[in-house]
Design a protein around this ligand. Sequence first.
Ligand code: TEU
Length: 546
Amino acid sequence: HKGSEWWRHAVIYQVYPRSWADSDGDGLGDLPGITGRLDHLVELGVDALWLSPFYPSPQADAGYDVADYRNVDPIFGQLEDADKLIGEAHARGLKLIVDLVPNHTSSAHEWFQEALASEPGSPARNRYVFRDGKGANGDQPPNDWSAVFGGSAWQRVTELDGTPGQWYLHLFDPAQPDLNWDNPEIRADFVKTLRFWLDRGVDGFRVDVAHGLIKQRDLANWHYPIGGATGDGVEGRRAPMWDQDEVHEVYREWRQVLDSYEGERILVAEAWVQPAERLAAYVRPDEMHQAFNFEYLEAHWSAAAQRSVIGRSLAANGAVGAPTTWVLSNHDVLRHASRLGLPIGTPRPDGIGIGDPQPDPVLGLRRARAATLLMLSLPGGAYLYQGEELGLPEHMTMPDEARQDPTWERSGHERRGRDGCRVPIPWEADAPSYGFGPTDASWLPQPELWAEYALDRQRGVPGSTYELYREALRRRRELGLGSGELTWDADVSDPVLSFVNGGVRVLTNFGPDDAVLPDGAEVILTSHPLETPGRVPSDVTVWLRA
Ligand code: TEU
C-alpha cells in the first residue's frame, strides 16, 4: 500500500555531528549534544534530520572513512546514545536518517587490515580492488586514474615478504580503499548494516558516493580529473568509475530490504551525476526515493540559469514520476551565503582561496535568503544544511594551523578545503564556544563574527534570517508549497523569474532594477523587506497569493 510518501516534499536538515552541539566539552560535537538541541529543529519546522557519519573512524575524512559500520565512535558517544537520539527525534515527530558510506571503508577497517596481511588473489584481497602494477617490476599503477582529492587513485602496498606488492584503488583518500562491489560478501554485509540501523528505528539512509560502487571491469584508462561530474560525453565515453548501469542492481536489492520495514524508510542518493536524466535513473519506485540535485546547487545566480536547471530537473524526474530534491549547501561546498555573494562568473566555488574574488557578505546573505525562498517553493523535497537558518557564511580566513580537512592540499579543494563550511554552530552569543559546548573548546576556531549570527541574537527578532526560515517553513506547509506542479508565468522574462506553485505566485528578481508587482498583489512573504510597496528590489524573492 502507498503510505504518506512523507519524503516527496519533506524538508530535511543536515546535522554534521562534529559541529552541531558538544555535550561533554571536548570541543567535538556528539550524539547527546544533538539530542539536547532537537527542540531547535521542531521550532524551525523541519520534517527530518540527516546525520553525517558518527561511526568508528580514524577521522581521516571526518568520518567518511568508516572502520565499523555497526557501531558508534566513542568521540560521538555510545550505541545507546544513538538509540536515545532516534527515540527522542521520533517523540518530537521528527524522522531521522543516517549516512551510509558503501563505496569505501577506512584503511583501519578489519577487512582492510586482513587484506594487507593476505596473499594477492586471496578472498581477503578480493573484498577490495587490488591489482598488480604495470611495468617491469609492477612499479606503475594499474591505470591512470586520479583520485577526487588529487594524486593517483592507486596506492602500492608492501607484501608479507617485505617486497613491493600490489596496488589498491582509492577514488578518494588513500585511507579510503574502494570496496569490490562485485563480491557477494560485500553486498551481504551491507544488507546486514541496513538491517542493523533499520532495526534501531532509523527512517532511512543518505548513500554516500552512490554513483561509485561499480567500476568498469576493465578499469580502462581515463586521463581526466574525476572529481565532480561524471565526465559525460568526454571523448563520447562515460567515465569508467562513475554511474555504471549495474550500480542500480545494488539499490534495487536495498529497496526491497527497506520496503520490508514499516514506516516508509527512504534511500537518498548522493550522486554527482549529470545530466539530470542520468540522475533521475536513481529515483524509482524500486530504487531510491530522492537524489540530491547538485546541478541546482551549482547553478549560477541568474534567471536564465535557474529557469533552465529547475525546468530540466522537474522534467527529468517528472518523466519517471519521481520527486525532485533541492539543496543549496552541505559539508562539502562553500556555504551559499558566501558562494552567491561572489561576482557572477567566478570559477567553481571549491577553488576559492586567498587572492580569489572574495564574497560580498551583504550581497551573499541577501541572495542566500532569496535562493532559499525560491528553493522552498519548488515542487519536491528540500535539504537545509546546519547553520543556513542563521545565514552563516563560509569561514574564509581559517588559519593554516587550524586546518583539518585532508583535501586542503589536493586538487578540487586545493585552495580552500572544506573546514570553512564545517565550523561549529553559534547558539548563544555570550557563551563559551558561542554555546556549541559547555567550554570554549571547539575543534575548528569560530570567528568573532559568529556572535552576531548566534541563534539567541536572531530568535524572536523580526527580519532575522532565522525568523525568515521559520516563517517560510510554516507558510510552505500551510500553503502546500513544494507539492503539486510548477507553472511558469510566460509573460515574465529575464531578469525576473516567476511561477505559480500550490496557489502561490513566486517571483525572484535577479536584475539590477526593481521589478514591479501587479496592482493589488497580496504579498505573503518576502526574503527582504520591500522598501517601496509593490516594488521588488534586486536579489529578493516574494511569495504572493496567486
Ligand atoms: O562526497 C562525494 C564527492 O564526490 C564529493 O567529494 C564531491 O565530488 C566533491 O566534493 C565535489 O566538489 C562524499 C562526502 O559528502 C564527502 O564529505 C566525502 O569526502 C566523500 O564522499 C568521500 O566519502
